[in-house]
Design a protein around this ligand. Structure first.
Ligand code: BTN
Length: 244
């Protein structure tokens, strides 16, 4: 179902996938993992702290038709796939739109979604980092509030079993997404939204918007309710809790 490439040490599994994608099966998912990343990358050119052995660093590579419905929310399908595994394990994660899974405002997982378009198809490089067995003293050194499964549950997790479960969940969700876009995930994703009904700041890359985190559009974009009572729909951005 999923082809696997496991690396010991690499700069970034996303970078590796981009460099080698021509050798991957065009009609399957290829999942590249590494024990450590020496230059793990996050959104907005941030660094992703990737110490050896303790965490999951994985890039899912696959192709979709260039005209795929709701393509913009593909990363959110991965986010939801991971969050739903946590729900199945009895945990209570939140999703900080668009792609962060968190507990009490502390990030446990992030997704870097990169694309490469040809006329007929788009290549997707969905990189997911999950803090699995990261210890609290290391988590505290990260430049934003971070947590791990170990910290949240007090036990060591089998990261490869978690990866297998994620591959299965994501492959099933991708099949759904290819047929119906983001629609089947919309309400479950919206129910997990962090800061729902609260004032947030959203930086769209150019400008910071302040408004109430209101709802999601059918294709996964964020509706912010602005002070002038209009709705502003964010295509992408970085959310943080704002003044209320
Ligand atoms: C973010 O929240 O900013 C996204 C973090 C994505 C990290 C993962 S780890 C595997 C893959 N390789 C990378 O260099 N980044 C992604």
């Amino acid at each position: 179902m999923v082809d696997e490439i496991h690396l010991d040490s690499i700069d970034s599994t996303n970078t590796y996938a981009k460099q080698h994608s021509s050798s991957f099966a065009p009609d399957r998912i290829t999942c590249i993992t590494a024990e450590e990343q020496t230059a793990g990358r996050g959104r907005f050119q941030r660094k992703w702290v990737s110490p050896r052995g303790v965490n999951l660093y994985a890039t899912f590579y696959f192709r979709l038709p260039a005209n795929t419905l709701h393509l913009i929310s593909m990363g959110q399908v991965m986010t939801y796939s991971f969050a739903s595994l946590l729900l199945q394990a009895g945990l209570h994660p939140k999703i900080k739109w668009p792609n962060d899974v968190q507990f009490e405002g502390k990030k446990i997982s992030g997704i870097l979604c990169e694309t490469s378009f040809t006329r007929d198809f788009v290549e997707l490089f969905l990189g997911i980092g999950v803090n699995v067995n990261l210890e609290e003293k290391i988590a505290k050194q990260i430049d934003q509030p971070a947590t791990s499964l170990l910290i949240e549950t007090g036990r060591i997790w089998d990261k490869w079993a978690l990866l297998k479960a994620l591959q299965k969940q994501f492959a099933a969700n991708l099949e759904k997404f290819e047929k119906e876009g983001f629609t089947p995930f919309h309400s479950a994703f919206e129910n997990l939204l962090a800061y729902k009904g609260q004032t947030v700041r959203c930086f769209d890359g150019k400008k910071e918007w302040v408004g109430i985190c209101h709802s999601l559009t059918n294709d996964g974009q964020l509706n912010l309710y602005l002070p002038d009572k209009t709705i502003c729909t964010m295509l992408s951005g970085e959310l943080s809790p704002g003044r209320s």
